[in-house]
Ligand binder design. Structure first.
Ligand code: M7G
Length: 183
């Protein structure tokens, strides 16, 4: 008997093909709901650091699409960790795996309900890791999730990470989005 997870999850892949709409570049790889199936998937997909620039992986609770427009995301936001170019080799894969283990292990304690999923963006200008939550108004829960994420990834205290509401991010390509909270 396999070990069941609290939630079912879907893993998504995004490949940037500029001739198509953003949404049409997003595909589900597979869904999983056991520890064993998670490791099977993890072990047979490329590490994030080996993806081409412009690609994303996302892992979201089953039924939530990894986009701002989903009913479960539209009032939410993300904790964002920006990596510099050298950190793709030194930190990215560890950060991503640790984030996935927090997701599937319900590592945000009583706030795990607030979690929608996580995304890793592979970009030449600097990779990004985002942890998406469902309600940007829930100040206390959101901050606790940010603190826990920072701890779990062993982000040094002097590095500040920010939380951005999707409503602020949507439609602001290129410009800097203000942080609602930082930890
Ligand atoms: P990104 O891939 O999050 O970051 O957004 P990047 O700028 O580092 O590449 C790039 C662009 O993809 C955005 O400006 C949007 O045009 C599109 N995009 C990204 N996301 C997460 C969404 C989304 O959730 N919904 C829609 N409609 N477009 C998105």
């Amino acid at each position: 008997i396999k070990h069941p997870l609290q939630n079912s999850w879907a893993m998504w892949f995004f490949k940037n093909d500029k001739s198509r709409d953003w949404k049409d570049n997003l595909r589900v790889i597979t869904t999983f709901d056991t520890v064993e199936d998670f490791w099977g998937l993890y072990n047979h997909t490329l590490p994030a650091s080996k993806l081409q620039s412009g690609c994303d992986y996302s892992v979201f609770k089953a039924g939530i699409q990894p986009m701002w427009e989903d009913a479960q995301n539209k009032k939410g936001g993300r904790w964002l960790i920006n990596l510099n170019k050298t950190q793709r080799q030194t930190h990215l894969d560890d950060f991503w795996l640790e984030t996935l283990l927090c997701l599937i292990g319900e590592g945000f304690d009583e706030h795990s309900e607030e979690i929608c999923g996580a995304t890793v963006n592979i970009r030449n200008k600097g990779d990004k890791l985002g942890l998406w939550t469902r309600d940007a108004q829930k100040t206390e829960a959101t901050k606790k999730i940010g603190i826990k994420l920072k701890e779990s990834l062993s982000v040094p205290p002097k590095i500040v990470i920010g939380f951005q509401a999707h409503s602020d991010t949507a439609g602001k390509a290129g410009s800097t989005v203000k942080n609602r909270f930082t930890v």
